[in-house]
Ligand binder design. Structure first.
Ligand SMILES: N[C@@H](CCC(=O)N[C@@H](CS)C(=O)NCC(=O)O)C(=O)O
Length: 229
C-alpha cells in the first residue's frame, strides 16, 4: 500500500478519536499520533480545526480532515478491501447507524459526567433507551450483527469498552439485558485493533479525566476506577 502520511490529532480519552485509531489499526495503515490538551489547545490546533474538536486527520502534512465518521470513510477508502458496503442503500444505512452511535456516545458521556443525581438518573434512562433500541435492531438487522468487522463496529467498540469499564448498579449497561450487544463486545474486545486502540492505563486516564470534572457522577466513577479490582 502506498499511503499518504496520516497524522491523527487526539485527546487521550476521546471515544471519537478511538474510532479512527481502531480503523487505522484494523486497516494496518501507519499513522502518526499527536495528543493535545483539549482544555488548553495549542494555537496551531485552533487554526486548523474548523470545529475545535478532535479527531483531526492531517493528510500529507497539508489537508485537514475532521469528523470521525468522515475520517473513517477516508481511511477505509484508501486501504482496500473496503469495509463500507458498495450498495448505496447499505452505505446510507451504515452512515445512519454510525450517526445513531454518535448519539449513544454523547448519551454515555452525559451519564459519566452528570453533575447532579437527577441529571445522572435522566442520563442513565436516556442511555438505556438508546441501548435497548440498538439491541432490538440487532435482532432484525444483518448488517449490525454481521460476523465480520464493520465501520459500525469501529464506532460501537469505544462505547461498549467504557460501559464494560464502568460496570455499576446504576449503569444503563447490563450484560443480561443486552445479550446481542454483550456478545458483540465479547467478539470486538478480542480484535487487536480494538484492544490496542487505547493505552494499557486507559482506566487510570479515564479516572484522571473524571477527577478533573465536578459533580456527582465523576466523583462516583473516579473512585470506582481507582478501586483495586
Ligand atoms: N462529531 C465529532 C465529535 C468529536 C468530539 O466531540 N470530540 C470532542 C472530544 S471527545 C471534542 O473535541 N470536544 C471539544 C469541544 O467540543 O470543544 C466527531 O465525530 O468527530
Amino acid at each position: 500500500m502506498n499511503l499518504p502520511h496520516l497524522h491523527l490529532i487526539s485527546f487521550a480519552i476521546c471515544p471519537f478519536v478511538q474510532r479512527s485509531v481502531i480503523t487505522l489499526k484494523y486497516k494496518e495503515a501507519p499513522f502518526e499520533l499527536s495528543l493535545i490538551d483539549l482544555a488548553n489547545p495549542p494555537d496551531w490546533f485552533r487554526e486548523r480545526s474548523p470545529l475545535g474538536k478532535v479527531p483531526l486527520l492531517i493528510v500529507d502534512h497539508d489537508t485537514v480532515l475532521f469528523e470521525s465518521a468522515v475520517i473513517n470513510e477516508y481511511i477505509d477508502a484508501i486501504t482496500p478491501p473496503a469495509l463500507m458496503p458498495t450498495d448505496p442503500l447499505e452505505q446510507a444505512r451504515t452512515r445512519a447507524w454510525i450517526e445513531y452511535l454518535s448519539e449513544q456516545t454523547f448519551a454515555q458521556y452525559h451519564w459519566m459526567t452528570a453533575t447532579t443525581e437527577d441529571a445522572f438518573e435522566l442520563a442513565r434512562h436516556t442511555a438505556a433507551r438508546g441501548l435497548e433500541r440498538l439491541e432490538q435492531q440487532m435482532t432484525q438487522d444483518d448488517r449490525l450483527a454481521a460476523p465480520g468487522f464493520s465501520l459500525i463496529d469501529a464506532t460501537l467498540a469505544p462505547i461498549l469498552m467504557r460501559y464494560a469499564l464502568l460496570e455499576d448498579p446504576d449503569s444503563p449497561w447490563e450484560t443480561e439485558a443486552f445479550p446481542r450487544l454483550a456478545a458483540r463486545w465479547d467478539q470486538l474486545r478480542e480484535i487487536p485493533a480494538v484492544r490496542d486502540s487505547v493505552p494499557t492505563d486507559f482506566a487510570a486516564q479515564l479516572a484522571d479525566y473524571l477527577r478533573q470534572q465536578d459533580g456527582f457522577a465523576p466523583a462516583h466513577f473516579a473512585a470506582q476506577l481507582d478501586a483495586p479490582a
